[in-house]
Design a protein around this ligand. Structure first.
Ligand SMILES: NC(=O)c1ccc[n+]([C@@H]2O[C@H](COP(=O)([O-])OP(=O)(O)OC[C@H]3O[C@@H](n4cnc5c(N)ncnc54)[C@H](O)[C@@H]3O)[C@@H](O)[C@H]2O)c1
Length: 347
């Protein structure tokens, strides 16, 4: 196993894929001292050149192998679409470079397992950029759960239901045969694991409401976690709510001694016998963030911070490839359950 670089000096990295999400990822990296993007690679060179010019990145390539041969890098950050993740992770592993990959890790569970295996055999650290759990309001909700104030936890719920036109910025999402569970379900089911641990059983129903897309845009997942807590995750890109506050995730928990909710405008409410308290958990605002995604963009910085500390040998990464496989197991079990109409038992 190659040890991650343990140094306070800069870590140099390359970004593969300079589309919609990459500018926010690059801006978020610039919030961290010691992270230096030295090269960009994209299939369409002009896109990489434009981003390099805007962010002052020295080198641009339309050939990933050439980039890795020419540039001295400490890790690779992959932000291409899912169909290319396995190929580029394997390439980085062959160059013995630690690698970060956007969600969803792979197109299938088998592909994702292969990616984790390739990095394990090459002895390189492999991380999935799973940023949703790093949102400040979700971390605050987790602190309430961990405090024990709510007593024995009985039931949890996650609602992510919006009418936001997500296909405007990411038209490729219309073409996915498997849409909401692979796109947002990877985030939401990861949050379920982050808050309530691993699932023992899972049942799912899906629907397609938009007439012009290939995959499902509504999914309802019900899980019994291994400690007995029942968790429901409701996801939709077709629902119009009174509080249609994309991209907020609403959370609820019932316990024997009280409950908590994370609701509109990042409002965290906790109620116990002692009474109720309410506060807004404001995410940090960055000037480069798109106002429509500001909550998520601030979570990229925290996710990068966590992965960067592991790359420098200073901390432990939460979302390793191996950990993220457990999230993907839920995603693909959800499809199996929706297709068969039966619950899936894991362990
Ligand atoms: N964490 C989040 O909240 C979040 C949000 C949006 C997107 N993402 C993820 O980021 C990734 C990219 O999404 P996006 O919206 O930026 O997509 P995009 O289509 O806008 O960008 C992908 C880029 O990769 C390039 N590319 C694709 N195949 C390539 C190849 N074979 N060689 C070189 N370049 C190639 C494309 O030219 C394009 O510039 C996806 O995995 C997506 O799920 C994550």
């Amino acid at each position: 196993m190659i040890s991650p670089p343990c140094t306070m000096s800069k870590l140099r990295f390359a970004i593969f894929g300079t589309g919609f999400w990459s500018r926010f990822q690059l801006a978020a990296w610039r919030e961290l001292e010691g992270a230096e993007c030295v090269a960009l690679f994209n299939r369409t060179r002009a896109r990489a050149e434009a981003l390099a010019k805007e962010f002052g990145v020295a080198a641009v390539y339309d050939d990933a192998a050439k980039l890795l041969a020419n540039e001295k890098t400490d890790f690779v950050d992959i932000i291409t679409d899912v169909g290319t993740h396995a190929e580029f992770v394997a390439l980085a592993a062959r160059h013995r470079l630690p690698v970060i990959c956007q969600k969803p890790m792979g197109r299938t569970l088998a592909e994702a397992r292969g990616m984790v295996d390739v990095c394990r055999r090459a002895g390189v650290p492999f991380f999935v950029h799973e940023n949703w759990r790093w949102q400040a309001p979700i971390r605050a909700f987790k602190e309430v759960l961990a405090s024990g104030r709510l007593g024995r936890i009985i039931r949890g719920r996650i609602d992510y239901a919006h009418s936001f036109p997500v296909f405007d910025n990411q038209p490729f999402l219309k073409e996915l045969d498997q849409f909401i569970l692979t796109d947002i379900g990877t985030h939401i089911l990861d949050v379920a694991r982050f808050l309530w641990g691993e699932a023992g059983t899972l049942y799912c129903q899906t629907r397609r409401i938009h007439p012009d897309i290939k995959g499902e845009d509504v999914a309802t997942v019900m899980m019994r976690m291994t400690d007995g807590v029942t968790v429901t995750a409701n996801m939709s890109y077709a629902s119009r709510w009174e509080f249609d506050l994309f991209p907020e995730t609403f959370l609820y928990v019932e316990g024997s001694e009280g409950g908590a909710s994370l609701g509109a405008d990042c409002t965290l409410r906790v109620f116990t016998k002692a009474g109720a308290e309410e506060r807004r958990v404001e995410p940090k605002h960055y000037a480069w963030a798109d106002p429509a995604y500001a909550l998520i963009h601030s979570s990229i910085v925290e996710c990068n911070r966590n992965l960067f500390s592991a790359l420098r040998g200073e901390g432990t990464a939460e979302t390793t490839g191996a950990d993220n496989l457990k999230t993907l197991e839920l995603v693909f079990a959800a499809y199996d359950s929706a297709a068969s109409g039966k619950a899936i038992t894991f362990r």
